[in-house]
Design a protein around this ligand. Sequence first.
Ligand SMILES: Cc1cc2nc3c(=O)[nH]c(=O)nc-3n(C[C@H](O)[C@H](O)[C@H](O)COP(=O)(O)O)c2cc1C
Length: 364
Amino acid sequence: MKSSAAVTPLPPLQIGAYTLPVPIIQGGMGIRVSAHRLASAVANAGGVGIIATVALSLASKYYNKGKDYFRANMQALADELNWARDNSPTGIIGTNCMVAIRDFEAMVRTSVEHGAQMIISGAGLPLRLPEFAAANPETALLPIVSSLRAATIIAKRWYQQYKRLPDAIVFEDPNTAGGHLGATRQQLFGEEYAMQRVVPQLAEWARKSYNDDIPIIAAGGIWDRQDIDRVFALGARGVQMASRFICTYECDADEQFKQAFINAAEGDVVIIDSPAGLPGRALSSEFTRKLFRGNEVASKCFATCLSHCRCRDAEETFCIAEALHHAQQGDLSRGLIFTGTNAIRHNKIVHVHEIFAEINGPHD
Ligand SMILES: Cc1cc2nc3c(=O)[nH]c(=O)nc-3n(C[C@H](O)[C@H](O)[C@H](O)COP(=O)(O)O)c2cc1C
């Protein structure tokens, strides 16, 4: 890791009621790759720590073999938010709530009730997010989009229906980001959704239509200060980074999960078809090799977590909640490891504060 001595700090960023000392948001990583430990470490380093809310209950005391899965998720989320706050009394802590999940509304309401200061929401258009988060108007709301069109639809609808605008917009580049991607397989790797095309479009829209009151946050493939300077030059005012935080002591996944990144080599990042109907970016593993051979990873839906699911509805493919849960627990023969394109840049486990120091200089 480079010395932090010569680094000029990035400008702080205002998002709604909150001033981010460092304009870095840690991307939500389900299932329990980003829970309270990672989120609080990022918040303590001056960024925004994000707990991914999807299927939080699976390793909790509340989950009882499929019974009360949705209630257990709410209880587990309340715990994670409380623990994160205990670890970081003054940092900014938020949650990631996916529209495609059946308990999206419950996850948003529980987040607000238990003090989430930001909610970041994608995997579909979060058109009703302000309604579900209405109990605390100070909770900042950030939709994730992959196009200007999606941002326009959300901003118009929120204003018409709720007299509210997004506090910031996260643009996630499907060509580089990890997890479920906001483009079809055919659209992947094209120009249409590329960072260098969409971020300037969004920045111009925010300036012309909203007097620069909606900061654009760039996500996907961001690793170091050079990447951040590059997207700031395109018009972004903050970044969301996920994969970079996986190989940290504080990341909530098992050691085996982290080791898989350290062992990854060129060509080990693959695209899978998720039962959610979207492509997903993952690390090559025993699981993905079985998946590509066909019919070797069949498993039964046990939680009915997704609104649309080819595993539950058509008994095709695999249960993604189960596969992501196994990976987080370190069972890599049955586990699906999501990652962005930067997976192979990991070579050791570090502390979150070291990543911040490298990018932004030391934080008091
Ligand atoms: C392991 C993993 C899990 C993820 N889970 C989620 C999730 O639950 N919800 C979500 O909106 N995005 C999820 N993402 C996407 C990230 O939040 C982030 O926007 C994206 O990966 C940014 O690209 P980067 O990983 O190259 O920094 C996930 C990404 C990874 C690597």
